[in-house]
Design a protein around this ligand. Structure first.
Ligand code: GMT
Length: 378
């Protein structure tokens, strides 16, 4: 199949999933066209089946806001015609589903009919999309997609609860290439980060308020009072400065390393003992799944789709949002002995297995084939 993938090219989870999906589909022999404003961060190598088309938005000073959706839908129309693309898969409803719908309408004028699959990722529903200013447009674009998928059961329920949805929503969970994650490095270089007796704890996110990064610091502070430990915070975002200040206030700045955005998350996870994700909302928690696939147990909140990923008492523990005391106690339970830690590490990998790429990507392929058949039969 010839498939166009529209996504955010940045470090966010939806862009990562879209990129990994495209790469996997290309390996299966499909021709993949990424269409977005920048080359996606995880799309390092362009291969035979992978193409990238940049959407440029000319800056016109009269416009207070430059019309990205317009440029995107025009680019979609041009690329579909040029490359004979058979299906659009848009990730994140805003504004991609809306732009995709407009592209479909323009193409239909020329008698080109291609289906659009929309994948809902989380904040496009629970935070941004739900805002009254966007809600009518988001509802409309979901209801007018040919196929709608959500990355967890919980997100499907939230979508049905928050919007007036007439379409079936298929749950296609996020996925991870487990064989690529298990022990890819011969040398973890743990000694660069910590002393041999210190446990290494990691948090990866875009450091937005929804991730509750201050809770990460609070949990770590309680842990380090009981056992030797270091915290690595990966990512950039608005909460970084306040969290760095909090570390200084608590006198733990020497034990916390803010490393910014990184393309080497797997290397960091290789020597990590525990992953913290105390988010306010999390439709799935791809970062937790990535950690688990690398053999890192997870302490998380129990919000959204996290209970579908992090299994209580198996891959880690879950607590109510904000219950940092319980999260710290649970973390210490896992970290208290090498034996317990080794057991949780093994169980984390086993729990991640159900989301292996090989099991999930064929679900998308089946939805694509059916959508194309249906569209041709319309
Ligand atoms: O929350 C983020 O870090 C970014 C955001 C995005 O859209 O890029 O992530 C959402 O989509 C991910 C991939 O499907 C999910 O794993 C995250 O749980 C989800 N984030 C939230 O729901 C807050």
């Amino acid at each position: 199949m010839k498939i166009a993938i529209v996504c955010y090219p940045t470090f966010g989870g939806s862009g990562v999933v879209a990129t990994e999906l495209g790469l996997s589909l290309a390996e299966h022999g499909h021709e993949i066209h990424f269409i977005t404003y920048k080359q996606p961060v995880r799309l390092e190598l362009l291969s035979k089946n992978i193409h990238f088309h940049e959407v440029s938005v000319p800056v016109y000073p009269l416009f207070h806001y430059q019309p990205y959706e317009l440029a995107l839908s025009s680019k979609l129309v041009d690329m579909v015609k040029l490359h004979k693309i058979e299906l659009l898969h848009v990730h994140y409803a805003i504004p991609h589903a809306y732009a995709g719908y407009m592209a479909q309408k323009m193409l239909a004028e020329e008698n080109i009919h291609i289906p659009m699959v929309t994948t809902l990722h989380g904040t496009d529903i629970t935070l941004v999309g739900n805002h009254p200013f966007y809600k009518p447009a988001v509802t409309f674009s979901i209801n007018n997609s040919d196929v709608v998928t959500s990355v967890s059961k919980s997100l499907k329920e939230d979508t049905l609860h928050l919007f007036d949805i007439k379409k079936e929503i298929h749950v296609v969970p996020n996925f991870i290439d487990i064989p690529k994650k298990i022990n890819p490095f011969t040398e973890c270089q743990r000694d660069l980060m910590a002393e041999p007796d210190e446990r290494i704890i990691t948090h990866v996110s875009n450091l937005r308020p929804v991730k509750r990064v201050k809770d990460v610091i609070e949990i770590f502070d309680r842990i380090q009072q009981r056992i030797p430990a270091k915290l690595i915070v990966v990512g950039e975002g608005p909460e970084r400065e306040a969290c760095e200040n909090l570390c200084v206030e608590k006198g733990i700045e020497e034990k916390v390393l803010f490393v910014g955005n990184s393309n080497e998350v797997d290397k960091i996870l290789c020597f990590t003992d525990l992953f913290l994700l105390p988010s306010e909302k999390e439709s799935f928690g791809l970062a937790a799944l990535e950690a688990m696939a690398c053999g890192v147990p997870v302490i998380s909140s129990n919000t959204g789709g996290l209970p579908e990923v992090n299994i209580e008492g198996v891959s880690g523990f879950l607590s109510e949002v904000g219950n940092v005391a319980e999260m710290a106690e649970n973390a210490l339970k896992i970290l208290e002995s090498d034996e317990t830690l080794a057991r949780f590490k093994k169980q984390a990998i086993e729990s991640a297995m159900i989301y292996d790429t090989k099991k999930i990507v064929p679900l998308y392929e089946k939805l694509y084939k059916d959508a194309i058949l249906r569209k041709n039969g319309d």
